[in-house]
Design a protein around this ligand. Structure first.
Ligand code: URA
Length: 424
């Protein structure tokens, strides 16, 4: 078999056999297939896609490329939640301790930023001392002791995805339904949870831009889950504007903390409560309304935040050390009117370019930088009123580029829904 033949086959939109996919994954892992060849094949997959059979084979081969975690030593039902990524998406930072505070076991491996989207592990690493690499024994012990551990994908877990994910991030090959489905599901299946819940984000700030593609991706992941007899639920959420107000690592941790203390932005809260109530409903067999009451109580009585503190401390993080840059610029609106659109993709890209994300494999993240929105879609803004605060360190921004992210009109258009569909 030859990698160039396989690239050419996908380039002319032909179906790859399981053996060919296996040859590619094994070859990339043992370095006989080079980054430039893999990028070329990934781009052909982005452009021509894969059918369900190819995607399920790719998932299975990636899943078997490394360790499969056995979580049987954890008592109780274990839930794993994943997001297909977005701008300002700090859902996991709120959801995981909130559920853990209610006795649900969260044994979760999270990812780093991808493309213009942020990653939970980068956000957690903005907390000084936070250790995202527990060994399996400590990981299991921590979940048994305090119900929650959140780590980065270990080298042994789906190494094929780890290597391909990093390559996709810097080669413009992120936005692809089969690549996203196989990447997410190989990791989730290898991680050993009993229930898999996936937040499929859709909109300008997400990897998937329209609802039809989001439904396709959700159905495909549910189908893959079923093939392994793992209950898999996908919640499709709107990512046409950033989630919450903050974009950037430390800034997002701060917003997650506010939310855990009961002061969260309404869109973030709606996503967290919807996903958590589905999980609590499934685990505790109670109604959605009962689950929501319990969840709000947990946010307002301080228990969810207490669990977050316990979890951060258990992994070595120092919460009082979270730092944001003190070089802050205020961007003011150049007109009055209703905000009808905020381009989350462009704002995410601006945040990445000032240091909140990576543009090459070796880039180091600047945890202190980012953006904090002052207004969301549907709000009225006066001319010269603040639209965004920019936290900078050593990169520059263009004011006009930020203003171009906003569509401001005299009339208010429709305010988008946050939860768009549930697929299971
Ligand atoms: N999250 C993942 O784990 N993989 C993707 O490809 C996209 C989002």
């Amino acid at each position: 078999m030859n990698i160039i033949d396989i690239i050419n086959k996908k380039r002319i939109n032909q179906e790859l056999t399981r053996d060919e996919i296996e040859f590619v994954i094994n070859g990339y892992l043992d370095d006989s297939i080079k980054d430039y060849q893999m990028s070329s094949l990934l781009m052909a997959i982005v452009l021509n896609g894969m059918n369900d059979r190819e995607t399920i084979d790719l998932t299975d081969i990636m899943l078997k490329s490394g360790d499969i975690i056995d979580l049987k030593k954890i008592d109780g039902i274990i839930v794993d939640k994943h997001s297909t990524g977005g701008v300002g998406d700090k859902v996991t930072l709120v959801l995981a301790p909130l559920l853990a505070s209610l006795g649900i076991k969260i044994a979760k491996m999270s990812g780093r930023g991808l493309g213009h989207t942020g990653g939970t592990i980068d956000k957690l690493e903005s907390i000084e001392g936070f250790n995202t690499t527990l060994d399996e024994e400590d990981f299991i012990k921590q979940v048994n002791d305090i119900n929650i551990a959140l780590v980065s994908q270990s080298d042994g877990l789906v190494p094929a995805d780890k290597k391909i994910y990093a390559l996709r991030d810097v080669t413009g090959t992120v936005e692809s339904i089969p690549l996203i489905a196989s990447s997410v599901m190989s990791k989730k299946l290898a991680s050993g949870a009993d229930i898999i819940v996936i937040d499929v984000t859709v909109g300008s700030g997400a990897l998937i831009k329209n609802i039809d593609d989001a439904r396709k991706l959700a159905k495909l992941m549910v189908k893959i889950g079923k093939a392994y007899r793992k209950p898999t639920i996908c919640i499709i959420t709107n990512m046409d504007e950033p989630l919450g107000y903050s974009i950037g690592n430390s800034l997002e941790v701060k917003e997650a903390i506010d939310t855990l203390k009961g002061n969260g932005p309404s869109d973030l809260l709606e996503v967290v409560i919807t996903i958590c109530s589905i999980i609590i409903g499934a685990v505790k067999k109670i109604s959605n309304e009962e689950a929501k009451d319990i969840l709000f109580k947990q946010l307002n009585n301080g228990e969810a935040y207490k669990k977050f503190e316990e979890f951060v401390e258990a992994q070595g993080g120092k919460l009082d050390s979270i730092k944001v840059s003190d070089k802050v610029f205020s961007i003011k609106s150049d007109k009055s009117g209703y905000i009808n659109k905020i381009d989350a993709y462009k704002l995410g890209t601006i945040a990445k370019n000032i240091g909140a994300g990576r543009s090459t494999l070796d880039d180091k993240i600047d945890y202190e930088v980012g953006l904090v929105l002052n207004k969301k879609i549907g709000d009225y803004v006066e001319k010269d009123e603040e639209l965004v605060k920019v936290y900078l360190n050593n990169k520059d921004i263009s004011i006009s580029e930020i203003l171009e992210c906003y569509k401001i009109d005299e009339e208010l258009e429709t305010i988008p829904k946050v939860i768009l569909d549930i697929v299971n």
